[in-house]
Ligand binder design. Structure first.
Ligand SMILES: NC(=O)c1ccc[n+]([C@@H]2O[C@H](COP(=O)([O-])OP(=O)(O)OC[C@H]3O[C@@H](n4cnc5c(N)ncnc54)[C@H](O)[C@@H]3O)[C@@H](O)[C@H]2O)c1
Length: 351
């Protein structure tokens, strides 16, 4: 089989996928783009690429014969770079979140609608091993009909917020790690939201990115409620990335001590006094012979599904609609917080 040729833009986080694509039997990395010449040069060596395959201008990789572009640049560039790649006839795997404004999201949806190639949002949390296992249990009806979920993501990255692009990114704008798995488990989307949190006491100069914490409430089309706390500056260690989903017949809950801690679950009919401890695995057990990115086996399985969608000409599992479902609610929730906690409708942009 002909190998897919992959070009990457943004060699920070983007290289996690780069290592998967460069070690995958069906793909090869043929070009890199980064505006930082030093990082570009270092990564060129790491991926054994000649200087002619390294570009500081994005248009350079679009002119190569790559058929896939991986977008690993800061969020404000995702929309424009995705649109250009789709217009150049490339498939796009784009880092989270999709974009930073509803207007730019609409433009992305329009570009995907016109393109003959595939777009997938790289929401790796949906592919963590425990998320995939919960999905099977929930879809099998083990917790009945889900009516409530929480997903708090409190991850202190002060050094990445201070003076960098994240200083303008409201905590709730980075909502896909929380909403992604929940909406997948619920097979649902958000219709309205409210939120609180506009102040920063953690930094001397307040910006959207260093708001201490924001808490949002979301209502879904099926009538479920989701609560989310988001912060990039709260000194909570280990980082809190926690999930809890409750249905008419039981619940599943992850640990508050990171992925190494134990979670719990209860399914109706079991002894409630017993409760059942569960592992919160990020990796599939016993798998050692696949190229890995970061975050356990999640990114390998995400890439596998993206390639499958290309090869079988099918809709990728996290397509543009689902990608927007995990992006736009956070943009609207931040607006709701700024307006003093009003409820706002969340538009759904379908393709
Ligand atoms: N899924 C995850 O677990 C996860 C984790 C971290 C970051 N991310 C996402 O990955 C993306 C990148 O995050 P990061 O922390 O690596 O960002 P970063 O600020 O480190 O930037 C990444 C790289 O992009 C380059 N760059 C910036 N603007 C560019 C442009 N216009 N053209 C070409 N290169 C450009 C920078 O020089 C840098 O090397 C973001 O979308 C972020 O949300 C996802």
């Amino acid at each position: 089989m002909k190998k897919h040729k992959v070009a990457m833009v943004g060699v920070g986080r983007g290289t996690a996928y780069g290592h998967i694509f460069s070690n995958h039997p069906d793909t090869e990395v043929i070009a890199l783009c980064d505006m930082d010449e030093k990082s570009l040069e270092q990564n060129g060596k790491e991926f054994s690429l000649p200087d002619s395959a390294l570009f500081t201008e994005y248009d350079g990789i679009l002119q190569t014969d790559a058929d896939i572009v991986v977008i690993g640049t800061p969020i404000p560039f995702h929309s424009e770079q995705s649109i250009k790649a789709l217009e150049a006839g490339k498939h796009v795997l784009c880092e989270v979140t999709a974009s930073d404004s509803v207007e730019s999201c609409i433009k992305m949806v329009d570009a995907v609608r016109k393109a003959k190639t595939k777009f997938m949002l790289a929401e790796n949390c949906c592919y963590m091993q425990f998320a995939l296992e919960w999905d099977k249990n929930i879809k099998a009806g083990k917790i009945g009909t889900p009516f409530y979920a929480e997903a708090d993501y409190v991850h202190e990255i002060r050094s990445l917020v201070d003076g960098k692009w994240r200083s303008n990114r409201a905590p709730l704008h980075y909502c896909s790690h929380s909403l992604g798995p929940i909406l997948m488990w619920m097979d649902d989307h958000i219709v309205r939201c409210t939120a609180s949190g506009t102040e920063s006491r953690s930094f001397p100069v307040a910006t959207d990115g260093n708001i201490d914490i924001q808490v949002a409430l979301f209502e879904t089309a099926k009538g479920a409620t989701i609560k989310m706390a988001r912060s990039s500056v709260a000194l909570r260690h280990p980082a809190l990335c926690t999930y809890n989903i409750i249905g008419t017949e039981g619940f599943m809950e992850s640990s508050r001590m990171g992925y190494k801690g134990k979670g719990r679950r209860y399914f109706a009919g079991e002894d409630p006094e017993e409760g059942i401890e569960i592992d919160i695995d990020t990796s599939a057990p016993g798998i050692t012979d696949i190229p890995l990115g970061s975050h356990g086996t999640s990114e390998y399985f995400l890439v596998r599904d993206f390639l499958k969608a290309i090869e079988e000409d099918k809709t990728p599992p996290i397509d543009i609609v689902k990608g927007m479902d995990m992006t736009i609610p956070g943009l609207i929730a931040h607006e709701a917080a700024k307006k003093g906690g009003v409820w706002l409708d969340v538009p759904r942009i379908t393709d």
